[in-house]
Ligand binder design. Sequence first.
Ligand SMILES: [Ca+2]
Ligand SMILES: [Ca+2]
Ligand SMILES: [Ca+2]
Length: 896
Amino acid sequence: MLSEMGLIVGAPKAASRDGRNISPGLLFNCQLQNLDVRNSTCRPMGLTVDPYGSYFGKLLIQRDFIRDDMWFGAAIVNMPKGKMMACAPRWSTPYKDKHILVNGACYLLSQTRGITMLPLQERNRQAYKTDGTRKEYGDYGTHLNFYAYGQSGISVKVTESNSVIIGAPGLLQWAGGIIDYKYDPDEGSMFISKQPTTNPYFTKEIGPDDYFGYSVESGIFGPNKKTLYVGGAPRSKSGYGQVLIFEPATREYAPLNVVKSLKGPQLGSYFGSSLCCMDINGDGILDLLVGAPNFISKVGELQYDQGAVFVYLNSWKGSNFTLSLGSFVSGSNLNGARFGSAIANMGDVDGDGYNDVAIGAPWENFGEGAVYIYRGGESGISSTYIQKILAKGAQSFGISISKGFDVDNNNCSDLAVGAINSDTVYLYRCVPTIEVYASIKVPDAMNIPHNATNFTAIFCIEAKEQIKWPHVKTVLNASIHVDPDGGRAWISSDADYQVTIKPGNKACEEQTVQIKPTADLSKPITINFELIHCIVLEDDSPLFLRKAARLSENSKLHSSFVIQLNRECGEDLICKPLLEMTLKGLSNPYIPGSDNKLGIEVTVLNKDEPAYGAKVHLMLPTLPKRLPSECALKKLNVTCDVPAPLYRNESVTWEIEFEYTQNDSFINEINIEAILEDPLHSNNESDKVIKDLTIIIKPEASFNITGTVQPNKTIAVSRDGLGNGDSVSFVHYFEIKNLGPSNWYNLTALLLIPDKVSCVFIHFSYFIFSSSSSAHYTSPPRGSEPSLSDYLKEITMLNATSTIILKDQNTNSSMITTLVLDPPTPLWPLIVGIVAGVFTLAAAVYGLYKLNFFERTKRDDMKRLQEEIDSSSSLGELNLDNDDCTQDIQLSEDSD
Ligand SMILES: [Ca+2]
Ligand SMILES: [Ca+2]
Ligand SMILES: [Ca+2]
């Protein structure tokens, strides 16, 4: 028991200290002067004149009251004005030398005096002769034990109306009853007077072996403000247990005026073995908590003695009150715990305005025990405990719990917990509670311009005003996280800092939130504000933190603010862009070598609300020369990010030029695919816009042919020489020049040599840049035509014409050497013509190649082409060195 007298502990099995070899039980007074001392000394009270402490020092409990095994201190209660009562329910006395009567007894103590209370001592009431009307008592005959084994003092309560009620569960064959004493509340007065003790025989709600009075409580339940008594009868109702709420009795042989009765919910749960009257839901009306320590809340085999506390919430209607079962709590639901063996109203220990409750589970964890703290609240008891107190090394910890009392004057009720099997009482001091709230404000949240690169956010920590503990303070670690997933915004100053706060204070920090200018703001930015309590109050800490506070469970340690920065996305704040993509070639067709660029131009135009996070994926046929900065290349796939935001009527255009690597002169085409991906409309594939583009590659080149004739345009041939078999030599030079723009590959040139020419040697002196070339030479078949000599004999003059034709180019050129026969030479010998072509195909020479391609073509073609020869083709006379010519040009028999 905690009171202004200190900590009084009952030790009902303690051995006597007065020299006798008996164990009557003792009261101990424990020193609380220095609460920082971990182990306090407790001294037995009232047995010696040796003073200890300020209370009960001079008291000497009357020796003849002290009896062996009387369990003195099994119930103790604090009374006003420095008095207390301690009871010994097994106090016994001999009866007619044959019996030992266990009447039970209590002892009223003040600082200086003690009064023995023996409420069931009356000789003529030890037995009661029944009239047989209560059949339940039939088994016990007609002479029932009445006061004989009443065991008064197993429970005791000081009521709200200057009375003390004492439970006597053994009254009348263990039907049980309540003994009522009026006391004088005046200081110094030890006057106490017993009120009528109702004979249970007349109260039909209870019967033999019900143990009514095993627990007692009292309180003002109804609007009539009457004090009502409450008694638990844990074996009543055939073992379901029962609690009776009744008016104080006025007559002995009359039924109790039972106002309410509550039946236990489970057989054998020992419902009613503990009681606690308190207002748990803060409505100012007394509620009732009933313990059932043998209750099983888990179903299944091998479940036992878990225990529960049932909460009956009281409500008023008219002049009546109603108790209705609100909920029950059951600690950890552990077998054998016997949760609910003790229930104590602690008062409001967390400062939220609701009384809180401590509940013992003394046999939990193989007899070590535990105490659970539950918070009261508007709807009754909290469904889960907020603290579970364990005491290292204790046995049966929680078998008794003192009512809340503030021993250290910090305006917070403290708690004493008994652990009878380890002979220890634990004192727990209450730590004040502080309730803090984290909050974020963005003052201009609705007016931040869409192009803003920062905005102001205010981070506040507010501590609720606390009348009970205005002096405490606590330290909190605050941390700010802006856009934790996106990384689109941040605060420039330190995101983690420490704040010390007191009740009623508010601490705010103004921060500038920076926004990444290119950030995708289609989704809102979240700002998180987190508080972490710095001080950890350790269970075994030797220091009690007098000025510190714990954080309330009602605290708001996390705050989030979601801000949608983009204001051009309409009322719904959801951006719905309308993107259009165009794809075209930089030039189409593309002519290699020209000023054309081979490549594409991609344009994305937004026609609606701002776009964020859009991308263009390009499948290229060849590597790009370089990429725009928004684009990234992976193999031949290019992904370009559309700059965000892309506002209405804004567009972005990228030009991507490709490498041209073809080595032929054929017409080709390349294909490019572009996919526009808009995440704001990417719920399905159809939202993607796909564009295809084909670029024609068309090499173009024009060729110019020049040439010359050697040694002269006209050569005189003597008849004598022809007659002697001499040959006539002349040279036709051709030069083919590629005038571009494209390089040319596989150029086909057809060379027609003069008729009547028997042998030709063709030499190509061939400069090339990056092209290759081929020439076609056609030699006439011999013997099928009249020989040239015969021809000259007849006509004496021959135009020897050679022609070069560039196939597919519509270009040709001819050169003519005129042979004139001197008379009278009769024979025109075989003429050997020489044709040389020089092809110059590029502007810059970096390699020299000699390529000779000979191919026979049809004589018909030759004849036809010969006729087409443009004799006017301007072949200027070249003064080539003869030696050079003979080096390059050799006569040779037609090898065909
Ligand atoms: Ca209430
Ligand atoms: Ca509370
Ligand atoms: Ca305190």
